[in-house]
Ligand binder design. Structure first.
Ligand code: NAD
Length: 494
């Protein structure tokens, strides 16, 4: 990643974007479009087509047709595998372009976006390319004279709705396994970050993915998203986003065709530091980035820091020093630690939750200011709050911004009570030098992912999913394939 490569791409003109339906790019039937405004400087980059129910219906029909014709679903697995690898090749060849495009759209600092966006998307396509010819059926242990075969079949048409914080990475977590299993897909990116996914869709076509197998409908959640969620011919819906929208999708399924709905939602993840942590300086450094990278807009962000009382003051001092020294600014400058907040709406939400926390008695140790390192952009300095009480909103609800809520605890039992004291269960961290305590905490914390002596970084080989109100499905790993496969039994009299 070199600054001159990024600078060469940062001012490229971006044409207005259409919908991808059946291998063709086209405007929305209504002719409507939404402006794409960069959070870096408030400049309009281009427009995206605002799909309505008519466009979504055309996209679903194209997906269904391609599925039934078998252009992908019945293509030999070895051929499908080659195409998925070719998609990964294309992503790698366009790494810098995809990374810069995505950052101009959503403001993530380039150092992070470089690895997490095209870097991880390419790896995800390779991982699932290698799965295509390893999806085996089963033979059941049935009585003499009978044969029970368990087939694994593609489900059909997959609707995928994704958020703005890591569009390419999360989009790939859904598209790649869905395609590996032989499905056709209709993707609905976030209206706040569609550009890198639209570019990915073109790269998929260039790599030889047949027309209609991947369709992209951009536009608002209320129109395009809702139409996809309520469509009678979508077989499953895979979603990453907020809890309130997750609830609406379950309702839409219940009121339409009972499509299966997989939800990857938000969290208020506890990061628990014990006095016996092997290296408190390292724990503070990693914990700070565990909440502040991408301006806190990370689903697994360790946004609740629980610190054992004996080391609490020392640890909070360290964190305050680290947070106040982080460089916040132009996300396309490779030296920045933190980029822009993705939208004015999100910045307002961050500020109001921070203000309510202060009203309720939390103390601001550092940060929390709206700043303007680039004129016209949306930026916020990382905030550390102590004096937080477990019943405060800031200790219970997701901000999705650079705000860390710190609380002390007395012993292990107290830490577990606090850690499990929200409606969420996405991720957690534990810092301890005791192997036994680490294992006890992994078992006791209600979350889909528990880090020990680190925070962030699990790769594609392990699942990511939440429990409780953080969701009900898993992205990543071989387990993600299960969402995109149906089981069919053949019972045969011999
Ligand atoms: P969001 O729920 O507002 O939007 C997500 C997607 O849903 C967007 O594409 C949006 O257009 C669409 N949508 C909105 N309303 C809709 C409706 N009525 N019907 C259908 N679709 C609709 O979430 P966001 O603000 O884009 O993302 C932030 C949230 O995502 C946070 O809560 C964060 O924790 C969560 N998230 C979770 C994970 C995970 O893996 N669990 C990963 C990243 C983000």
């Amino acid at each position: 990643m070199k600054q001159e490569h990024i600078d060469a791409l940062r001012h490229q003109t971006i044409p207005d974007q259409g919908l991808l339906i059946d291998g063709q790019w086209a405007a929305a039937a209504s002719g409507q479009a939404l402006p794409v405004v960069s959070p870096i400087d408030g400049q309009q980059l281009c427009t995206i087509a605002a799909a309505g129910a008519v466009d979504v219906d055309r996209a679903v029909q194209a997906a269904r047709r391609s599925f039934e014709q078998g252009v992908w679903s019945r293509m030999a697995p070895a051929e499908r595998k080659k195409i998925l690898h070719r998609i990964a090749d294309r992503i790698e060849a366009h790494h810098a372009e995809l990374a810069v495009l995505g950052v101009r759209d959503n403001g993530t600092e380039i150092a992070m976006a470089w690895k997490a966006e095209p870097g991880s998307a390419a790896g995800t396509f390779r991982y699932y390319a290698e799965c295509v010819d390893k999806i085996n059926g089963e033979i059941a242990p049935t009585p003499e004279g009978t044969l029970g075969l368990i087939h694994k079949e593609a489900v059909g048409v997959v609707g995928a709705i994704v958020p703005w914080n890591f569009p390419l990475m999360i989009g790939a977590w859904k598209i790649a396994p869905a395609l590996a299993a032989g499905n056709s897909v209709v993707l609905k990116p976030s209206e706040d970050a569609s550009l890198s996914l639209l570019r990915l869709a073109q790269l998929c076509l260039d790599a030889g993915l047949p027309a209609g197998v991947l369709n992209v409908v951009t536009g608002s959640g209320a129109e395009a998203g809702e139409a996809l969620a309520r469509h009678m011919d979508v077989d499953i819906l895979t979603f990453t986003g907020s809890g309130p929208v997750g609830r609406m999708l379950l309702k839409a399924s219940a009121e339409s065709n009972l499509k299966r709905v997989y939800l990857e939602l938000g969290g208020k993840s506890p990061n628990v530091v014990f006095e016996d942590a092997p290296d408190l300086a390292q724990a503070a450094k990693v914990s700070a980035m565990g909440i502040f990278r991408n301006s806190g807009q990370v689903c697994v962000a360790g946004s609740r820091l629980l610190v054992q009382r004996s080391v609490h003051d020392e640890f909070v001092d360290r964190l305050q020093n680290i947070a106040s020294s982080l460089r916040v600014g132009d996300p396309l400058d490779v030296t920045m630690d933190i980029g822009a907040v993705s939208s004015a709406r999100q910045l307002t939400r961050n500020q109001s939750m921070l203000a309510r926390a202060l009203e309720q008695g939390a103390r601001l140790r550092t940060g929390g200011q709206v700043i303007a390192p680039v004129p016209g952009g949306q930026f916020m300095s990382p905030a550390v709050l102590d004096g937080v009480q477990p019943e405060m909103e800031i200790a219970r609800q997701e901000v999705f911004g650079p705000v860390l809520a710190v609380m002390p605890f007395d012993d292990e039992a107290h830490a577990v009570r606090l850690a499990n004291g929200t409606e969420y269960g996405l991720a957690a961290g534990v810092w301890t030098g005791s192997l036994s305590r680490a294992h006890r905490m992994v078992r006791a914390i209600k979350a889909g992912l528990v880090h020990v002596n680190t925070y962030g970084g699990p790769d594609i080989t392990v699942p990511l999913g939440g429990v409780r109100q953080s969701g009900n499905g898993h992205d990543k790993s071989m387990h993600a394939l299960d969402k995109y496969l149906d089981l069919k039994t053949a019972w045969i009299q011999l």
